[in-house]
Design a protein around this ligand. Structure first.
Ligand code: ADP
Ligand code: MG
Length: 252
């Protein structure tokens, strides 16, 4: 088991008092698995990613990666943020190699790897262009390549498509799914979009209202073999949608 959460709990101490964000979260992730987290707004999803990334210490329970407790950030785990956060005044090449420059690890091998990613995913011709010259989908692909530049094994994606309009989101999420699969990464995606979760994941974890506990873990079974667009055309897709919808605590 690659990632293991056991009774993970996290309470924020703030000037206004305590905020219990996570109460009791346990689940496992296999190497290469694509897992999505859905839950009501404010239930603790971003908090959960921060804990797995080693950015927020747990108040109880454990998170381990390869059997070792996570206590600080590591280059094995990378974040893909909600907005693409590309610097408008920098070229695409400077943007995607920025994490390497910041960490002073821009070795020829790593730079060659980034160039290969740009090539493989159709962005090489844009290396010298600025972000403003790219479509929303291409920007997102750049953000993913920048995340992959430091060669992490695990990707944490916090609502990465929420700033895109519906049509763009469909194709961009399929695109990002394909790249993550092809690069053999383990991925944990937070989303508020049930259909998106079903279309890209091997399993979907449904969280309760804050303080978060795991309400259910839903295995996508036969859908695992299909790509995101094909999944949306199946009967079972709607069965999963209704199942997860009923589990979500967002009904009055
Ligand atoms: P979600 O991502 O599911 O919308 P978050 O994990 O961002 O939820 O937040 C969960 C709860 O924790 C919210 O009530 C939020 O206000 C609170 N929270 C988040 N970050 C902090 C912090 N640094 N200090 C205190 N409270 C926080
Ligand atoms: Mg959030």
């Amino acid at each position: 088991m690659m990632i293991q959460l056991r009774n993970a709990a996290l309470t924020y101490q703030s000037p206004d008092g305590e905020v219990e964000a996570l109460r009791d979260i346990s689940f496992d992730m296999e190497e290469g698995e694509f897992l999505s987290i859905v839950g009501p707004s404010g239930c603790g999803k971003s908090t959960l990613l921060a804990a797995i990334a080693g950015l927020e210490p747990l108040s109880g329970g454990t998170v381990t990666v390869d059997g070792i407790a996570v206590t600080e950030p590591s280059s094995r785990i990378a974040f893909m943020p909600q907005r693409d956060q590309l610097f408008e005044w920098k070229s695409i090449w400077d943007n995607v190699t920025l994490p390497l420059a910041i960490r002073h690890c821009a070795t020829p091998e790593r730079l060659a790897h980034v160039r290969e990613l740009l090539q493989r995913y159709g962005l090489e011709a844009f290396a010298k262009k600025r972000p403003a010259q790219l479509s929303g989908g291409m920007r997102q692909r750049c953000a993913l390549i920048r995340t992959l530049a430091s060669q992490p094994r695990i990707l944490l994606l916090d609502e990465p498509f929420s700033a895109l309009d519906y049509q763009t989101r469909l194709s961009v999420s399929a695109d990002i799914y394909r790249i993550i699969r092809q690069e053999n990464k383990t991925a944990l995606l937070v989303t508020h979009d049930i259909a998106e979760a079903i279309s890209v994941s091997d399993r979907v974890v449904v969280l309760s209202q804050r303080p978060a506990v795991v309400k259910t873990v839903c295995d996508m079974g036969p859908l695992r073999l299909l790509d995101p667009m094909a999944r949306r055309d199946t009967e079972i897709f709607h069965t999963f949608f209704n199942l997860i919808w009923k589990e979500l605590d967002i009904h009055e």
